[in-house]
Design a protein around this ligand. Structure first.
Ligand code: HEM
Length: 143
């Protein structure tokens, strides 16, 4: 039962993570007003919380419930999945800092730096690849 609950939490986290990241990508285009940027900052906070939920549920699945930890620890497919997640987390720092600062600034109309948009695009690419690795690793491929 604990495993089912944690898997559910992992999935809800992933759904919210994907939803907020897609929303950010759609809203951060061209010129953005201060009011809009404040809304994006709230979305980004939810994004951060969902990433944390995904991580905690993932760590619990790895180390505490379900299959033995060794099943994942010794699997390079799992390590690739983890690496992509870390890349996502690192890539999200720049857009998050930009959104945070811009939402508290005085500029009423902002042009989004291409670096912010590109970072989110690469994050989305990682997000598309991670589930493929997840299903393979769950089936024991790579062991
Ligand atoms: C955006 C990030 C992530 C996505 C999209 C994702 C996706 C998934 C999916 C789709 C599954 C179900 C696989 C299946 O049952 O076929 C899964 C399971 C799992 N995930 Fe994640 N995951 C993410 C992050 C993480 C992280 C950061 C960890 C570890 C710290 C982790 C550890 C696990 C574990 C241990 C399982 C259980 C696999 C099994 O049933 O044997 N995940 N994940």
């Amino acid at each position: 039962m604990a495993e089912i609950l944690v898997r559910y939490i992992h999935f809800v986290g992933i759904i919210v993570l994907a939803g907020t990241l897609v929303a950010e990508h759609m809203l951060l285009t061209g010129q953005v007003s201060l009011a809009q940027m404040k809304k994006i900052a709230r979305i980004d906070m939810v994004y951060g919380v969902s990433a944390f939920v995904v991580l905690i549920a993932g760590l619990t699945l790895w180390l505490a419930v379900g299959k033995p930890a060794e099943f994942y620890t010794s699997n390079p497919v799992f390590h690739t999945k983890l690496t992509l997640f870390v890349i996502m987390a690192l890539l999200s720092i720049y857009p998050s800092l930009y959104i945070f600062k811009a939402s508290r600034g005085k500029e009423s109309l902002m042009t989004i730096p291409p670096k912010v948009i590109n970072a989110i695009r690469v994050e989305l690419t990682c997000l598309v690849l991670i589930p493929v690795l997840a299903v393979f690793m769950a089936k024991g491929y790579g062991l």
